[in-house]
Write a protein that binds this ligand. Structure first.
Ligand code: MN
Length: 279
């Protein structure tokens, strides 16, 4: 397997000190792309927000990955792509990075700003022919929707069936009340961030979407993984392992009430015939 001498590529002229750990592959004649690399770097947070301009430069250079702020004094960047492009991006930062670490390529297909809201989400508990929870994520002005029979979980070992259903209007997010065959409550709501290596909505079309919820009950990273295509595509909704994960918990049982009215779905249904219930 080692068909060429390792470590002969050190002599690349003018090697910048910032980019310690010169890539051995640069000397290779092998078929692997000669000089690609991935760097994780931290920098002091500049006075002005440079995330959008760094993203523009990354895109122009063909660098993939992400940028995010950490706390209130640090900027973190994951940059992968052709070595020269990655180095150009690093050199373009207003201040020298505090720390640069060579990391594995992760296979990003975009350069994203992480930690920014992509829109709203809502989970509506819905009693109809069958009882379920509708998870809806705002994507390009519509609410992409999945019916989750058992409801979401904060336990990363719980894989919850989520059947993709028709998009809903954003205006439906506030709906709560009795219906002809049951009722609806707004079980949770908030904002969300898009994550993953693939830009949205393509991530959804390809069947793997990673996102971070900022709700009252649901928080932290989640993944939706499509397991069966067709007219009613089946997905699995899984909590990712992060600081918001709560192994063994049952959030649906623990916090049954509406985040709008504090009523349970049963209370809303029983108000159906009460005078003035929907006034
Ligand atoms: Mn429904």
């Amino acid at each position: 397997m080692p068909d060429r001498p390792a470590g002969t590529g050190r002599k690349t002229a003018g090697t910048d000190r910032k980019t310690a750990g010169t890539d051995r592959k640069t000397a290779g004649t092998g078929r692997k792309t000669a000089s690609s690399r991935a760097l994780r770097l931290t920098a002091a947070l500049p006075e002005t927000d440079i995330r959008a301009s760094v993203r523009e430069r990354a895109r122009a250079l063909g660098v993939l990955g992400w940028i995010r702020t950490v706390g209130d004094d640090t900027l973190e960047i994951h940059a992968e792509g052709p070595s020269q492009a990655v180095e150009s991006l690093v050199a373009s930062l207003p201040d020298a990075p505090l720390e640069v670490t060579e990391v594995r390529r992760e296979g990003h297909e975009q350069f994203a700003i992480r930690g920014v809201s992509a829109g709203v989400f809502v989970v509506q508990e819905h009693a109809a022919t069958a009882h379920h929870f509708d998870l809806r994520l705002e994507v390009e002005g519509m609410m992409r929707s999945w019916a989750v029979p058992k409801g979401p979980s904060l336990d990363p070992s719980a894989k919850r069936l989520a059947v993709q259903v028709e998009d809903h209007e954003v205006g439906h997010n506030e709906f709560e009340g009795p219906t002809e065959r049951g009722g609806v409550i707004v079980w949770d709501r908030g904002t969300y961030e898009q994550g993953g290596r693939v830009p949205w909505p393509e991530a959804i079309e390809r069947g793997h979407a990673v996102f971070v919820l900022h709700g009252e009950k649901l928080r932290g990273g989640f993944a939706l993984q499509r397991t069966r295509a067709g007219s009613k595509p089946q997905w699995l909704l899984v909590k990712r392992r992060d600081e918001e994960a709560r192994p063994g918990s049952d959030i649906v049982a623990e916090r049954p009430a509406s985040v709008l009215s504090d009523r349970t779905l049963d209370q809303v249904r029983s108000e159906e015939s009460a005078p003035g219930a929907q006034a």
